[in-house]
Design a protein around this ligand. Structure first.
Ligand SMILES: *[C@@H]1O[C@H](CO)[C@@H](O)[C@H](O)[C@H]1NC(C)=O
Ligand SMILES: *[C@@H]1O[C@H](CO)[C@@H](O)[C@H](O)[C@H]1NC(C)=O
Ligand SMILES: *[C@@H]1O[C@H](CO)[C@@H](O)[C@H](O)[C@H]1NC(C)=O
Length: 262
């Protein structure tokens, strides 16, 4: 009895912030985001004023969309074309309710896409990093965003290396754009259904849906990716069957969605 009381206390303490600055997680998230970006035009600084006593004031910030009028949690962050610079911004893992869009497109962000992006953005459905200066590989860890991520736009950066096979774990991928980068190697089988324009402008990419054939040495890799996409399809069907017959296993995870869309 005493033990469970202790647990209750611990749990309630962790679900409401009980340490550090005393900020709610979403406020902490936006504060560290603001600290980590370079904002020469002042687009964020002029709007993101944290000295505000109004409840849910962060929902009025430039680019911030909250869940609803009485749910002051960040749903989407749309910051396209604001002249922002710096590395991939930090702090997003504290916006734990962010299940909509992260749009950083058409800015001047640079450096790598973080390897642990799935930990920073575990639930976003749409990720737009296009028209920046991101360079280095597409992190294989992006495949771990597979529960929700449906739209990925990495076009017009300086990304290099091969498209990681781990992205086959993005089961709900509905659109994918990596055009105008410096990617190379074969396009994995599970991406060959997307239009050629999604892959254009990468000198080293080969295979369907592009016209450029891959050298024989690259084909064995495509074979492997073909098998893994069969595996993914089986997993997908299984996942649905389980979700259908044992909905209680999924209800907690899906709750935010149900809440949002009903
Ligand atoms: C405080 O937030 C409210 C709601 O978003 C907004 O209308 C108001 O202008 C803000 N006040 C300041 C001083 O930023
Ligand atoms: C990403 O942003 C660019 C530039 O703002 C836009 O043209 C493109 O349509 C966006 N992609 C997606 C998938 O929304
Ligand atoms: C890639 O570049 C071509 C030619 O400049 C352009 O038409 C296309 O819109 C670009 N796509 C992306 C995603 O950058």
């Amino acid at each position: 009895m005493k033990k469970s009381l202790l647990w209750l206390l611990l749990l309630s303490c962790c679900s409401t912030p009980c340490s550090g600055s005393g900020d709610e997680p979403d406020v902490r998230c936006l504060k560290s985001f603001l600290r980590s970006v370079v904002d020469p035009g002042g687009a964020l600084k002029s709007s993101w004023n944290f000295n505000n006593a109004t409840k849910g004031y962060i929902c009025g910030f430039t680019g911030v969309t909250c869940w609803s009028a009485d749910q002051h949690r960040v749903w989407s962050l749309r910051l396209s074309g604001l002249g922002l610079q710096g590395p991939f911004p930090r702090g997003l893992q504290d916006c734990a309710s962010m299940t909509g869009t992260l749009d950083l497109s058409s800015n001047s962000f640079a450096g790598p896409i973080p390897a642990d992006i799935s930990l920073q953005l575990p639930f976003v459905t749409s990720l737009n990093l296009s028209y920046n200066g991101f360079r280095g590989p597409i992190p294989p860890g992006m495949g771990k965003m597979g529960e929700f991520l449906a739209h990925v736009d990495l076009g017009h950066n300086q990304l290099s290396g091969q498209i990681p096979l781990e992205l086959s774990r993005l089961r709900f991928l509905a659109s994918m754009n990596v055009a105008n980068n410096s990617l190379s190697g074969p396009i994995p089988a599970f991406l060959q259904g997307f239009p050629a324009a999604s892959f254009a402008g990468n000198d080293g990419l080969c295979g369907a849906p592009l016209d450029r054939r891959c050298p024989a040495s690259a084909r064995s890799r495509m074979q492997i990716s073909g098998e893994s996409s069969v595996g993914a399809a089986v997993g997908f069907v299984l996942g649905f069957a389980v979700a259908f017959y044992f909905p209680q296993w999924f209800s907690r995870r899906l709750h935010p969605y149900v809440y949002r869309f009903l």
